[in-house]
Design a protein around this ligand. Structure first.
Ligand code: 6PG
Length: 250
């Protein structure tokens, strides 16, 4: 399916548009099935969306918090109280401020010394929550993704092993440039989500955004996000979009 691209004027508008999408996806899913499953991402762009959802009284009131199950697309190999933890970020920006039952928060155990164990355990969490038979994939209602200036998304960095994973749901992934493991959902899981939204903000993303959307296929991990039976939306601010306009390609 062709991705939809929505361009908004700035980072504040991006957070507003993203939060509105979150509310409508959550409302629709809860109406249809009573539950909404969402995978969060790390990064500054997603953080502003989480804060808005929790802090804006009107948005906050529209979110069916107790029906949402929160997952993470990826986690850093750190303890949950570490400043780099994606869980900590989401907790401080949103989860601590809203009425979500603790049992609905499915975090990745980044504190385990062996990142593989964290990945194995998270895979089991997914299997249990989605009641998966062997070989089946979870179907998240919504997957939120950021994109790094190198074209990575979740913790799928260019040239890393996890990009080739087709069997596992979650893996530990060695990321040479940070000299660390990350724990990440794999492409089969990410691409099985019902809806995927990328948030891209700021001029430092414009070059790679242009390459990812219009350049040669298969060069960047973000290009591999192609929902098999779902929708894909790129929510982009004009700073991230501007280079595309400057090239006259669009
Ligand atoms: C992480 C993320 C990662 C992030 C992008 C964009 O754990 O780092 O999940 O994929 O979303 O790097 O981050 P920014 O929005 O901060 O640029």
């Amino acid at each position: 399916m062709k991705p939809e691209i929505q361009i908004v004027s700035n980072a504040t508008e991006l957070a507003r548009a993203a939060a509105a999408k979150f509310v409508s996806h959550a409302t629709n899913a809860v109406q249809a099935s009573g539950v909404f499953s969402v995978a969060l991402s790390g990064g500054n762009t997603p953080k502003s969306v989480y804060s808005l959802l929790a802090d804006d009284p009107s948005l906050r009131a529209q979110v069916p918090w107790d029906r949402i199950h929160f997952f993470w697309g990826d986690e850093r190999h750190v303890a949950p109280d570490h400043q780099d933890s994606n869980y900590r970020m989401a907790r401080e920006a949103m989860l601590d401020k809203v009425p979500v039952p603790a049992a609905n928060i499915h975090r990745i155990k980044g504190e385990y010394g062996d990142a593989r164990l964290a990945a194995d355990e998270y895979e089991e969490d997914l299997r249990a929550f989605f009641k998966l038979r062997s070989g089946a994939l979870p179907r998240l209602d919504l997957l939120l993704l950021g994109m790094g200036p190198d074209g990575h998304t979740a913790s799928l960095f260019p040239g890393t092993k996890a990009l080739g994973e087709r069997e596992r749901l979650v893996v530990s992934n060695w990321v040479e440039k940070f000299n660390t493991f990350r724990i990440t959902m794999t492409l089969p899981v990410l691409n099985n989500a019902a809806s995927v939204i990328f948030f891209v903000s700021g001029t430092e993303k414009s070059a790679v955004l242009h390459e990812v959307l219009e350049g040669q296929a298969g060069r960047y991990p973000s290009q591999l996000i192609q929902p098999v039976n779902g929708s894909l939306l790129w929510l982009v601010d004009s700073a991230a979009w501007q280079k595309r306009e400057a090239t006259g390609k669009f």
